[in-house]
Design a binder for this molecule. Structure first.
Ligand SMILES: *Cc1c(COP(=O)(O)O)cnc(C)c1O
Length: 398
C-alpha cells in the first residue's frame, strides 16, 4: 500500500495483524486461504517439503489446535501417540473413516443397536458402493471370532459402548484383540463416554469416533465430529485426503466452541455421573418404574464390564414406565424442568420418549427388539442441582 492507493482499494486491503502479545484464548482463524510469502515458499508447501497452511478445507490453525487437544486426551497417560481430525459432524467422522478404510467387497461387522444414523449410513448409503454390513450380537465373542475368522471380507469391527438406550456394553479389549489377531481394523464410537471416562486405545482399538456435538462440546451450540487414529501416517495421508476431497472438514467457529467446552469436561462429567447415579437410585425405588437401565447400578447386566473399561458410568440412563405408551406420553406432557429434545450430552437435562418421538415411524416389533419399549424414557442427565431434576421426574410420574 502507498499514499496513492485509492479509497476503495484501502477498503479491500487486509492490514497487518496488530497482534503484539499472545492472545490468552485460541483465536478463530476465519480465513479460507493462507498467503505465501514467495513463489518458492508456495512450491515448498505444495510439495510437502515445508509445513504450512494453504486452504481452509485442507487445514486451519484453530481446527488443528483443538484436534490436537482431543488426540492428547484420548492418549492421556498411555504410552502412545495419536492423530485427530475434526469433521463437520459425528456422521461425517464415520463416513470419512469408512471411505478411508473400506472398499467395494469389504464388510463391516457391527451391532444392531448402533446410533440410528450410523445404522442407516452403513445399510443404506454405503451398501450401494458394495460395502456390506453384518449385524450380530457383539457380546457373543465366540461367534464374533468365528465370523471374522471365516470371512476375510470382514474388514472392520465397529462398535459403540455403552449403547443407546439400554446402556448395554461390549468388551472393548476382546473385540480389539480379535481385530488384531486376524489383521482387521477396529473402530469405536466413544461419544457417550468421552476420553475422560473411557480410553479405547488402552485396549488396542485402531480408531475412535466422536460426535463432539454431545459431551465434548457439552453446551449444545455446535455440530462437529472427530476421528482419532493410532496409525499417524495413515491419518495424515489416507484419512486427511478423504476429508479434504470429500469436504468433510470442520470449521473454525465450531472448533472454537468445542475448545471452550472441553475446558470444563472433567468438571461437567463428574457432575453428570454423580447426578445420574442419584437419579438412577431414585428411579429404582419408584413403584411406577418397571426397570432402570444405568450401568452404574449393580442390577445392570453390564455393571462389571462397565467398571472394567469405564472410569465412571456417565450421564445417560433410561427407564421403563409400567403403564406403557399412555404412561410415557402422559409423563412427557407433565415434564416442566427438563427439556424435551432429541440430543444428549448438554449441560441441561434432556428427556426423550423414543416410542412417541425418535422412533415413532419404526415398527413396534423392530424397536422392541432393540429394547425400545412403549414406556421407555431416555434421560441425558444434566449438571443442574439434582434435587430439581428429581422433583420434576417425581411430579411427572404422579
Ligand atoms: C449424535 C451421535 C452421532 C452423530 O453425530 P452428529 O454430530 O449428530 O453427526 C454418532 N454417534 C453417537 C453415539 C451419537 O450420539
Amino acid at each position: 500500500m502507498n499514499e496513492k492507493t485509492k479509497f476503495g482499494s484501502l477498503c479491500v486491503q487486509e492490514l497487518a495483524d496488530k497482534k503484539t502479545t499472545k492472545p490468552h484464548q485460541l483465536p478463530i482463524y476465519a480465513t479460507s486461504s493462507f498467503e505465501f510469502e514467495s513463489v518458492n515458499q508456495g512450491i515448498a508447501i505444495f510439495s510437502g517439503k515445508q509445513e504450512g497452511h494453504v486452504y481452509g478445507r485442507y487445514g486451519n490453525p484453530t481446527i488443528e489446535t483443538v484436534a490436537e487437544k482431543i488426540a492428547r486426551l484420548e492418549t492421556f497417560g498411555l504410552d502412545l501417540e495419536a492423530k485427530c481430525m475434526l469433521t463437520s459432524s459425528g456422521m461425517s467422522a464415520i463416513s470419512t473413516l469408512a471411505m478411508a478404510t473400506l472398499k467395494s467387497g469389504d464388510k463391516i461387522l457391527t451391532q444392531g443397536n448402533l446410533y440410528g444414523g450410523t445404522t442407516e449410513l452403513f445399510t443404506k448409503t454405503l451398501q450401494p458402493f458394495g460395502i456390506q454390513t453384518v449385524m450380530t450380537n457383539l457380546k457373543d465373542v465366540e461367534n464374533v471370532e468365528s465370523l471374522v475368522k471365516n470371512d476375510p471380507n470382514i474388514r472392520m469391527i465397529y462398535f459403540e459402548t455403552p449403547a443407546n438406550p439400554s446402556l448395554a456394553c461390549v468388551d472393548i479389549e476382546t473385540l480389539a484383540q480379535i481385530a488384531i489377531r486376524y489383521k482387521r481394523l477396529s473402530a469405536i464410537d466413544n461419544t457417550f463416554c468421552t476420553p475422560y471416562l473411557q480410553q479405547p486405545f488402552k485396549w488396542g482399538v485402531d480408531f475412535i469416533i466422536h460426535s463432539t456435538t454431545k459431551y465434548l462440546n457439552g453446551h449444545g451450540n455446535s455440530i462437529a465430529g472427530a476421528i482419532v487414529g493410532r496409525d499417524i501416517a495413515f491419518m495424515n495421508e489416507k484419512v486427511w485426503k478423504v476429508m479434504k476431497l470429500a469436504g468433510t472438514n470442520c470449521n473454525p467457529w465450531d472448533a472454537w466452541l468445542i475448545n471452550n467446552g472441553i475446558k470444563t469436561l472433567e468438571l461437567r462429567i463428574d457432575r453428570h455421573c454423580s447426578n445420574a447415579m442419584t437419579i438412577a437410585e431414585f428411579l429404582e425405588k419408584q413403584q411406577q418404574v418397571k426397570k432402570v437401565n444405568y450401568n452404574g447400578l449393580q442390577s445392570h447386566e453390564d455393571h462389571k464390564l462397565a467398571k472394567k473399561q469405564m472410569k465412571n458410568f456417565g450421564g445417560m440412563l433410561s427407564f421403563e414406565l409400567k403403564g406403557g405408551l399412555d404412561a410415557g406420553i402422559d409423563f412427557m406432557n407433565k415434564i416442566k424442568f427438563c427439556t424435551l429434545a432429541p440430543t444428549l450430552g448438554d449441560v441441561d437435562t434432556l428427556i426423550l420418549h423414543p416410542a412417541s418421538m425418535s422412533h415413532l415411524n419404526i415398527p413396534k416389533e423392530i424397536r422392541e427388539r432393540n429394547g425400545i419399549t412403549d414406556g421407555l424414557i431416555r434421560l441425558s442427565v444434566g449438571i443442574e442441582n439434582v434435587e430439581d431434576i428429581i422433583e420434576d421426574l417425581e411430579q411427572a410420574m404422579k
